[in-house]
Write a protein that binds this ligand. Structure first.
Ligand code: HEM
Length: 187
């Protein structure tokens, strides 16, 4: 169910042959953009999130729309087909299953290879260590550790001493306790 639902994300966006090698350089749906023109979309209205991906693949209705081998498989494999047919008929069922699958995928985080990160050619600045954006095991870079330390010190913390007491918070607590006592004793 999840693979089929997640594939429905191809309702949005385009494929560009100069990037992935898949899709046409331009179609009647993409030649005027919006954004940089070109590429091949899976659906006619490729900025609108609905179940048109499943409808259009099922019908193979237009040579200008993209069907990758993995998209086609959704209507060929019997265990995928049950869901692909359902989503083509029922937009709400697709939305519900997509939301669940998307949340699950996001919450799983991602593993990165190599874990120490990569440097993109020609991009200056901090090395891209994607692990730091994922859930699970966190690896903070030295730059990030220094940034957190600087923020801690900026609000009065030092490495050897706990933060100063927060007077405003203390006043609120005293008022809250007094209010509670008054209401208990008053009745
Ligand atoms: C079965 C596995 C999948 C395959 C083989 C696949 C393949 C591709 C390919 C070849 C492109 C075109 C990239 C380009 O040329 O710029 C693409 C784009 C895209 N994919 Fe997938 N994909 C898969 C799964 C997913 C999943 C799970 C999602 C999200 C939940 C997703 C969302 C997208 C989106 C939104 C685009 C359009 C990006 C844009 O417009 O720039 N795909 N995919």
């Amino acid at each position: 169910m999840k693979i089929v639902a997640l594939s429905g994300a191809h309702t949005l966006g385009r494929s560009r042959p100069e990037r992935s090698g898949w899709g046409k350089p331009e179609t009647k749906y993409t030649k005027n953009g919006p954004g940089a023109p070109g590429g091949q979309s899976w659906t006619a209205e490729w900025l609108k999130f609905d179940n048109s991906y499943f409808k259009d693949i099922k019908e193979r209705k237009d040579g200008d729309l993209l069907v990758l081998p993995t998209d086609a498989a959704l209507f060929e494999d019997p265990s995928f087909k049950v869901y692909a047919e359902k989503y083509a008929e029922d937009k709400e069922a697709f939305f519900k299953d997509y939301a669940e699958a998307h949340a699950k995928l996001s919450n799983l985080g991602a593993k990165f290879d190599p874990p120490e990160g990569i440097v993109l050619d020609g991009v200056a600045g901090e090395k891209f260590v994607a692990a730091k954006y994922s859930s699970g095991k966190r690896e903070l870079s030295e730059t990030m550790k220094q940034k957190i330390r600087a923020e801690y010190e900026a609000v009065g913390g030092t490495p050897d001493k706990p933060l100063q007491s927060n007077y405003f918070l203390n006043i609120i607590i005293v008022i809250a306790v007094l209010a509670l006592l008054t209401s208990l004793l008053g009745n």
